[in-house]
Design a protein around this ligand. Structure first.
Ligand SMILES: *Cc1c(COP(=O)(O)O)cnc(C)c1O
Length: 384
């Protein structure tokens, strides 16, 4: 008898197939077009537009690419300022810096870890052009307040909804609330295509320029519609169109949106219940979802008392074969963040929480027994 038992390794993330992804990829080849903007790209855009009430959705190769397009569409110029949280992925800030504009980092709320809307107005100057908000973990920023500030100061609002696909604020989908918004379909997000993203355009006046920027600065889309008799270079642009192979995979996932989101909620609830007692004992804090928000359960994190505890708990989990990770190094303290801002910036909540946060494994295929293992391992750590 083979008594050999291998310790199972629970990764932090794992790509998954839920539906017809592979069939659709084969289908895309059969249809005779694997460059962009074919059948599956259109299917995905249409599905996202209808489901999330967004006037125009353009698929992109990544959320990073969509953020770059958004920054161009905001007409950012050197000297302009853009307000954003420091607690975010670099792409939010890169998009701004690439246009020569200056990022102005604002602190986050201790409950949702989203930009603190109460601090935005004090950061506005005559040079402020836009607010880039980030819906952390699929929980919405306080968009009513933020959109009101933007209206009063005539600023554009861009939602970095990389983590916010199929999440809601006051009943409205994230991605439909700013002038522009961006989604990610990176393999670490809820709905995946390896790399992938989308630009959501809620201001109809920005649609035609967005199409041009996405297609290398040409008016090729107008040409396809028969509105011009040849296409040519009319604006700045780049190659922001994903391949049909990627879109075909994505369509297989988007068709299964409901199943994926249900599974993620189940995983989230398992962690939430499993760790409730540790929270009652003051050993950790679980995520908070305000009443006006419906989460897509993009991630599950815990906050522990200090960085030392976080690091040793992470090591404890890793030694048990469980990959738990943290993010983000606050951008205002990063080497490049310091170069593109002036003066010393102090964001106490961001600095404090980023050192105490730990993310737990979260992916569609994770089994109930693996989840139990994660929870038990965390309990054992605090039992010591
Ligand atoms: C993942 C992520 C991005 C980048 O998405 P890509 O599709 O990998 O380019 C940008 N912003 C936030 C907040 C993210 O979580």
């Amino acid at each position: 008898m083979n008594q050999h038992v291998t310790k199972s390794l629970i990764p932090f993330n794992k790509p998954f197939i839920v539906g017809k992804e592979l069939h659709y990829i084969a289908q895309a080849v059969t249809l005779g077009q694997i460059s962009g903007d074919g059948f599956y790209t259109r299917q995905c855009s249409q599905l996202l537009q209808e489901r999330f009430h967004i006037p125009r959705v353009l698929l992109t190769p990544s959320c990073t690419a969509a953020l770059e397009m958004a920054a161009i569409l905001c007409d950012l110029k050197p000297g302009d300022e853009v307000i954003l949280p420091s607690y975010t992925f670099v792409s939010t800030a890169n998009a701004i810096v690439r246009e020569g504009a200056t990022p102005v980092f604002v602190d986050i709320r201790p409950d949702t870890l989203n930009i603190d809307e109460a601090l935005i107005e004090a950061a506005i100057t005559p040079r402020t052009k836009a607010i880039f908000v980030v819906h952390y973990g699929g929980v919405s920023c306080e968009m009513e307040t933020i959109n009101d500030i933007a209206r009063r100061h005539q600023l554009k609002v861009v939602e970095d909804a990389a983590q916010g696909v199929n999440a809601f604020y006051q009943g409205q989908p994230l991605g439909s609330l700013g002038d522009l918004a961006t989604y990610s379909f990176h393999e670490t997000k809820n709905y995946i295509s390896g790399e992938g993203g989308a630009l959501c355009i809620n201001d109809p006046q920005l649609v035609s320029r967005a199409e041009i920027i996405r297609d290398k600065g040409t008016n090729r889309q107008e040409f396809f519609r028969g509105h011009v008799d040849k296409y040519t270079w009319v604006d700045v642009g780049s190659s922001y169109v994903p391949s049909e192979i990627v879109s075909a995979f994505l369509f297989g996932q988007l068709e299964m949106l409901e199943a994926i989101s249900q599974r993620r909620e189940t995983i989230y609830r398992f962690y939430e219940q499993g760790l409730a007692e540790l929270e009652e004992h003051g050993l950790l804090r679980r995520p908070i979802i305000p009443a006006e928000c419906v989460s897509n359960y993009h991630l599950f994190y815990i906050l522990v008392k200090d960085q030392e505890t976080r690091d040793s708990l992470m090591q404890h989990l890793n030694e048990a074969g469980i990959k738990a990770v943290f993010h983000y190094i606050p951008l205002h303290n990063s080497p490049y963040g310091k170069q593109v801002t002036t003066g010393s910036i102090h964001l106490p909540i961001t600095e404090n929480l980023s050192g105490r946060l730990l993310r737990l494994p979260m992916y569609y295929d994770i089994t109930d027994s693996e989840l139990e293992q994660v929870v038990d391992t965390i309990r054992r750590y605090f039992d010591r």
